[in-house]
Design a protein around this ligand. Structure first.
Ligand SMILES: NC(=O)c1ccc[n+]([C@@H]2O[C@H](COP(=O)([O-])OP(=O)(O)OC[C@H]3O[C@@H](n4cnc5c(N)ncnc54)[C@H](O)[C@@H]3O)[C@@H](O)[C@H]2O)c1
Length: 518
């Protein structure tokens, strides 16, 4: 899929496009540069010698050329009037997503004054001409569904907003970098996505019985239609099956399917399927490539990102595992229609956490309640993913910043253990988010008030926010310490200092005493 960056002169298409291409590790094409290379003339010369119609003809040719490479996932910055032509617009929209950058006239003028590019359509009285051009094209620019207001935001932030709007992300920093695509209805298109990446090789689909009965046929039919041979193995669903015997079942199935080093494992399911299939792929033949298709909210916004794979032992969760990054993550939010309510809420606790850590808009959306959030599933998943993708790219091995993702989990794990898993992970994280914030308020690290804000919006998602009266606080503390003993660390907390800001690892010396009072 190509990403086209469009908008009026001065909106920063080239700068933002370059930044986006860098972050997504894609080739960048500046269409105006291509036009100039072709006849070997600068754009003002083309206008002067041959007129605007000759320029538009060249523009069409260059756009067609860039689009003719069907598998090229470019970022393409377009000229400010390139999509006035209906055929050009249809071509761009067929080949990918168009994002229009918008800014007030004063901002555009300021930027145009600062750059050295000559623009024939603004020759002479630039202000007057730009005002007229914007008035003429107002309806046109407003007609693009994806738009970013670029006034006062940096190219990095524009690139970030474009990733959220288009659902295209790229996670790097852990050896194997990979694309994360969040696209509704894209499950049947997996074959094309694999071909684009040279991954159209014999595959084994791993799924569980709950997910497989809805989606296996759709996926396998799509793959076969694209000429990709695939067999399937369905495992029993749920955490109780996340053990080494299931991994053995997967290894046997891979051997049965004669999967070789060039084969592909496709995991389609919640976090359990992803962790198990990823671990089996990491260890079969000393490592084969794998694709992750997360189907639960939790798997989409959390477990599919970061390359951690593994299984449980009777002594504890995730005690065996490996870092093995997938080659592609494809999340299709349409699949969430069959996800049980309980699982929706559990996953939203993590999405909410990402809002607290880095996205006030997401935090505010959660406050509108479960139904509203479900209706905007695609946008919610994209926003929550954006926060985690950015963090793990900056700190893949949890040296510092990534620890912010532990927000709510320090107490959350203690609550899960103390309740002997009667309180689910998602519910425990929701409680942890409020209680940890309250701890920070009690010891004066932050001003009072934030924990109430968290409580209000979590309640809107139908998630618990308080330690149950009958839950033994000493057991919670014991659970938290056990968890840390395993990681040979001391108990530290990620602390939100506001909505959108969190400090990674804070010592709270008297945390036990404070917790006992709650
Ligand atoms: N690898 C990581 O970085 C990471 C991070 C967080 C959590 N995890 C792991 O993730 C697991 C939890 O993931 P989960 O909450 O997705 O649990 P899960 O995989 O057990 O899925 C929850 C339930 O929903 C069902 N389901 C999933 N998608 C569905 C769909 N679209 N329609 C109908 N049913 C569907 C599953 O069959 C299952 O019964 C835990 O094992 C946890 O350790 C891993």
């Amino acid at each position: 899929m190509k990403l086209f960056i469009y908008g009026p002169p001065g909106s920063g298409k080239t700068t933002a496009g370059k930044r986006l291409a860098e972050e997504l590790d894609r080739e960048f094409i500046d269409l105006d540069e291509r036009i100039e290379e072709h006849p070997g003339m600068m754009i003002p010369e083309i206008f002067a010698k041959s007129g605007e119609s000759a320029f538009r003809k060249l523009e069409r040719e260059m756009l067609e050329q860039a689009c003719s490479d069907l598998s090229g996932s470019y970022v393409i910055a377009l000229g400010g009037g390139a999509l006035l032509d209906t055929e050009n617009r249809e071509l761009a929209e067929r080949q990918g997503e168009v994002v229009c950058l918008r800014a007030p006239v004063e901002t555009l003028l300021e930027r145009l004054e600062g750059d050295s590019i000559q623009r024939p359509l603004l020759d002479g009285d630039a202000r007057q001409k730009l005002v007229k051009l914007l008035a003429d094209r107002e309806e046109h620019y407003a007609s693009f569904e994806n738009s970013v207001e670029v006034e006062k935001i940096s190219p990095e932030e524009i690139a970030y907003q474009i990733q959220i709007l288009t659902g295209v992300f790229h996670v790097a920093g852990m050896g194997q970098a990979y694309d994360v695509l969040i696209q509704s209805g894209e499950l049947s298109e997996l074959g094309i996505l694999l071909k684009e990446r040279g991954l159209d090789r014999p595959a084994v689909l791993v799924t569980d019985k709950n997910v497989g009965r809805y989606y296996s046929n759709r996926l396998l039919d799509g793959l076969r239609a694209d000429g990709i041979a695939a067999s399937e193995v369905r495992i029993e669903p749920g955490e109780t099956n996340k053990h080494i015997e299931t991994v053995v079942q997967l290894w046997e199935a891979f051997a049965e399917a004669k999967l070789d080093r060039k084969g592909i494992v496709i995991a389609m399911g919640g976090g359990v399927v992803g962790d198990l299939a990823g671990f089996a792929a990491a260890t079969f033949l000393r490592g084969v490539d794998w694709i992750n298709i997360p189907t639960s909210v939790l798997a989409m916004v959390d477990s599919s990102l970061g390359g951690k794979t593994g299984a449980n032992l009777s002594k504890g969760k995730n005690l065996i595992g490996a870092f093995h990054a997938p080659r592609l993550v494809l999340a299709d939010p349409e699949l969430l229609k069959t996800l049980p309510d309980r699982e929706w809420r559990a996953g939203l606790a993590e999405a909410f956490k990402h809002g607290v850590i880095g996205d006030p808009v997401l935090f505010e959306w959660c406050g509108r309640g479960l139904l509203a959030v479900r209706e905007e599933a695609e946008a919610v998943i994209r926003r929550a993913t954006a926060v985690k993708a950015r963090i793990i790219t900056q700190d893949p091995y949890e040296k510092g910043l990534r620890k912010v993702l532990n927000l709510g989990h320090t107490i959350g794990h203690g609550v899960e253990l103390a309740s002997t898993y009667q309180i689910s992970h998602g519910e425990a994280v929701a409680i942890g988010l409020v209680v940890e914030t309250r701890l920070a308020e009690m010891c004066g690290i932050i001003q009072p008030g934030l924990s109430d804000q968290l409580k209000k919006n979590l309640s809107a998602l139908d998630l618990p926010t308080d330690l149950p009266q009958n839950l033994d606080r000493r057991e919670v503390i014991r659970g938290m310490k056990m968890d840390k003993k395993r990681s040979k660390g001391k108990v530290q907390f990620a602390i939100p200092t506001g909505i959108g800001e969190t400090i990674p690892a804070v010592d709270i010396p008297n945390w036990e005493e404070l917790l006992l009072k709650m």
